[in-house]
Design a protein around this ligand. Structure first.
Ligand SMILES: NC(=O)c1ccc[n+]([C@@H]2O[C@H](COP(=O)([O-])OP(=O)(O)OC[C@H]3O[C@@H](n4cnc5c(N)ncnc54)[C@H](OP(=O)(O)O)[C@@H]3O)[C@@H](O)[C@H]2O)c1
Length: 318
């Protein structure tokens, strides 16, 4: 099968386009003919050699966890799915080898849901990882309610693009950061207050709007004091979801009864189905996608590494 893979860790140039054996199926999995996959920052972080203490590799590694495509084979213990079903899913594993940057990818049947005809494969492939991440942070962990406030860092990125409309769907007031070029985009997603982090100090601006802090912060940035600022910007008894790191060591967290946690997304076919329903009915706006052929995976990683993609970058396979 055609696939993008790497035989060693390194810069985007280690990504090769070539032919790999079609992966074998386990009992609880389905084999998917992948029509489209999407690029997430974790793909390039794993490629570069980060996080080896958490996620093991068997080389050559085909990267990628998001997929949308058609089932071509069903494992012996899978009961609800059939060959030909059009699905999307998050093919996450703690041990990577057979990812979704390929013509065929195995995935746990519990991690998939049906792709509605009204959502294209490219659009569907953009959804699983960021949608589950955002919903698990905002609703499950954050318990975000109507009338509350949330600060979503990096609103124009993959997670932000879906977190903003989800938070609006939950009835919250949304503050977000972006550079000026993405202002209209995050506004179109429903953001109430947009802070241009290149021109203003977001902490001061947010504090002017919410002197007592917000109910929830979705902190997606790494470093530069943003982890500490997230705690300072949260009201007493509020919550902070960290996407990249453990919470900072600050007395404030206990003293002000703040719940702060590093969250890692979890595959969940049923939750994904409920979210797809919300997208399909228009209750949540779909994120913008930029589609490239699979062969451009290296350029897509370079672009992702630069840190300024808008919405999601999708790779079309077949
Ligand atoms: N823990 C988990 O399970 C989990 C899951 C998904 C993602 N993540 C992490 O969450 C982070 C976001 O993921 P993503 O998929 O949304 O990434 P992404 O799509 O690569 O994010 C790109 C966006 O970041 C914005 N950005 C860059 N620097 C910024 C800054 N200083 N302030 C505000 N916005 C800034 C850019 O907007 P401008 O061009 O306007 O600057 C761009 O739109 C990543 O670090 C990823 O590793 C964690």
């Amino acid at each position: 099968m055609k696939a993008v893979f790497y035989e060693q860790h390194g810069a985007p140039e280690v990504l090769q386009v070539g032919v790999r054996p079609t992966p074998e199926l386990q009992d609880h999995e389905v084999l998917v003919e992948v029509v489209a996959t999407s690029v997430n920052p974790i793909d390039r972080r794993l490629r570069s050699g980060e996080l080896q203490e958490y996620i093991t590799r068997t080389f050559p590694v085909v990267p990628g966890w998001d997929l949308a495509g058609r089932i071509v084979e069903v494992g012996t213990k899978v009961i609800h799915w059939q060959v030909g079903d059009e699905i999307l899913g998050l093919a996450f594993t703690w041990s990577i080898q057979h990812g979704s940057y390929a013509e065929y990818c195995p995935i746990d049947a519990a991690s998939i849901t049906q792709k509605p005809a009204s959502i294209s494969f490219e659009q569907a492939a953009a959804l699983p990882l960021v949608s589950l991440t955002a919903w698990q942070a905002l609703s499950e962990f954050g318990q975000l309610q109507a009338g509350q406030s949330v600060f979503i860092q990096a609103g124009a990125g993959g997670v932000g693009s879906v977190a903003i409309p989800m938070a609006k769907h939950l009835g919250a007031k949304v503050y977000t950061t972006t550079s000026a070029k993405n202002r209209d985009y995050v506004k179109s997603l429903g953001a109430d207050v947009v802070i241009d982090y290149t021109a203003e100090d977001y902490e001061s601006v947010l504090r002017q709007h919410e002197p007592n802090g917000v109910d929830l912060v979705l902190e997606a940035l790494l470093g530069n004091g943003t982890a500490e600022a997230a705690i300072r910007l949260t009201k007493d008894g509020g919550r902070v979801a960290y996407m990249n790191n453990e919470p900072p060591e600050m007395d404030d967290i206990e003293q002000r009864n703040i719940t702060a946690e590093f969250l890692h997304h979890r595959p969940d076919g049923e939750m994904l189905a409920a979210l797809v329903d919300l997208y399909q009915s228009g209750k949540i706006i779909l994120p913008k996608v930029q589609v490239r052929p699979l062969e451009e995976a290296m350029d897509a990683h370079l672009e992702s590494e630069a840190g300024h993609t808008q919405g999601k970058v999708v790779l079309r396979i077949s």
